[in-house]
Design a protein. Sequence first.
Length: 367
Amino acid sequence: MTLKTGMVGLTNVGKTTIFNAITASDIEPSNYTFATIDPNKAVVNVPDSRVDEIFANIESDKKVYSTLDVVDIAGLIRGASSGEGLGNKFLSDIKQVDAVLHIVRCFDDDNIVHVDNSVNPIRDIETIETELIIKDLETVTKRIEKNTKLVRARDKEAMAKEPLYNKLKESLEEIVHPRDLNLSEDEITALYDLNLITLKPQILVCNISEEELLAKTPSEYTLKVMEYAKSKNCVSLPICGKVEAEIAQLEDEEKVEFIKEYGLTEPGLNALLRTAYNLLGLITFLTEGEIEVRAWNIKKGTLSPQAAGVIHTDFEKKFIKAEVISYSDFKDCGFKRSEAKKRGLARLEGKTYEIKDGDVIIFRIGQ
């Protein structure tokens, strides 16, 4: 399962810089509106120290990380949903993503122009959210037109969904965010096929200054975003895009020293990925052998046969048992499966076993 994320934000908030950090690319940020015309896209490896440690301690040909698809949408402005700055086209680019990274500028810099001539994170957030709401209103309106025809034909499913669609349309017309409607799980499920941007998990990424990173104290800008996120039951995360982009370009040994200089234990990218995974309810299981050490993403709560099916569809149908060792036990046993078996730490699990994050698994498959 590949996680797909779309980056949104006003122009000149540092989206391209953070994109460079995530993808370790070197796209030149530009200090003018609509520097990004076509969306920047990349598939990147998700760092996982467990993969690294297993690979370093067993005989294996290669290591394979799970991956992240990243789309950097062109900077938006007020009126994007109606085509200002070609924003309507770009908003369509994030309808298929799993999560939205909303980059918010939380730093002052006279050399970087702000589209509204002043730094005001909450105003910026509300500008983007308004554009997303209006874009979703367009989607819902089109669906209602289609659904109305089915209602006239007495289609039961269409009739059941009609009140929900109308309620949603009315709120979007009033620029009320769907999260403020307290939709039930059943209602959210019923709206799933609309791919509404406003219903996607969102992380408010505070792009902070280097000075704030070193001070280890949130600025007034960052505090306001954190308070806003809490009030809206959202997630916020501070990241210094400038520093993260520099870290991404370094070799491993240099990277460790650079991170220490800033008093960090890891790149902010790692925290961002964990936050995204938690939002989406994803966990990782591992496989190891002579051919490869590999990380696999699945939804939390996935059972053994379905997890096997992520590797190959036939594995789910022919599943017999899963030989499971927790990562911590595997490490304690020197990354030797034989030692884990000797200590009774390798368990045979059946079809009802719920995979845990960090499980190291060999699936036993029938003919």
